[in-house]
Design a protein around this ligand. Structure first.
Ligand code: AP5
Length: 218
């Protein structure tokens, strides 16, 4: 894999987190998820978390300057020196331009962008059915990938949580925000020749296998 930064693009529920987790494990690079960082800040009730919470609960994007600051700080940490995955970032043209400047400043080339495309009528079931382990972050789905014991993580027995923004009304807002503010990034990156489209309707294992093959050659 040549690119220093891998970007996962896709609608809410497309499978960015699921795939980013597998690719991070396979290539031993960190997964930087702005959604996870913001949720953790909200849980700890830091000023940043409290400010972002209202946007997240409304299904709106958190302001660009806030998320760019988070990413800048996170990728400055030592474990990101040899590359990293951006999961759910950038989500606006302003954020994409920030990534461009940041990689340039580090003397790195362009990112590799993986756009996960999923039929829109699947998103609601994927999101309302999602459960995430409170300990290790493993992602399940009560319809498509249920745990062996309801509410409990197969790997470490952790309690499975339901995300506050995974309700129908907020999902609708999140999908609208994606179409309005994030989907223009597809053309932005296609024009740069760094976009790779991924069929996200397949089984997660098949998608991951295809991604590993692609990235091993890219
Ligand atoms: P974030 O946490 O990034 O949420 P999102 O983009 O809405 O994406 P999701 O995490 O919901 O979905 P995913 O694509 O990762 O799917 P997953 O793999 O979990 O952001 C939350 C909020 O934070 C935003 O609304 C915003 O307010 C704020 N925010 C974050 N980043 C920001 C930024 N850059 N700028 C501004 N604001 C920002 O899969 C979903 C479900 O489907 C799971 O149950 C999974 O098991 C299942 N599944 C996955 N793949 C498959 C498959 N192939 N087949 C069947 N089921 C599958």
């Amino acid at each position: 894999m040549r690119a220093h930064a891998l970007i996962f693009l896709g609608a809410p529920g497309a499978g960015k987190g699921t795939q980013a987790r597998e690719i991070a494990r396979h290539f031993a690079i960190p997964q930087v998820s702005t959604g996870d960082i913001l949720r953790e800040a909200a849980r700890k009730q830091t000023p940043l978390g409290l400010a972002a919470k209202a946007n997240m609960e409304a299904g709106e994007l958190v302001p660009d300057e806030v998320v760019c600051g988070i990413v800048e700080e996170r990728i400055g940490e030592p474990d990101c020196q040899n590359g990293f995955i951006l999961d759910g970032f950038p989500r606006t043209i302003v954020q994409a331009q920030f990534v461009e400047r940041m990689l340039q400043a580090k003397g790195r080339g362009r990112p590799q962008v993986l756009d996960i495309e999923v039929d829109e009528d699947l998103l609601l079931k994927r999101l309302t059915g999602r459960r995430t382990c409170s300990v290790c972050g493993e992602i399940y789905n009560v319809y498509f990938n249920p745990p062996k014991v309801e509410g409990i993580c197969d790997k470490d027995g952790g309690k499975l949580l339901y995300r506050a923004d995974d309700n129908e009304e907020t999902i609708r807002q999140r999908v609208q925000a994606y179409h309005r503010q994030t989907s223009p990034l597809i053309e932005f990156y296609r024009a740069q020749g760094v976009l790779h489209e991924v069929d996200g309707n397949k089984e997660p294992e098949a998608i991951a296998k295809g991604l590993v093959e692609f990235l091993s050659q890219a």
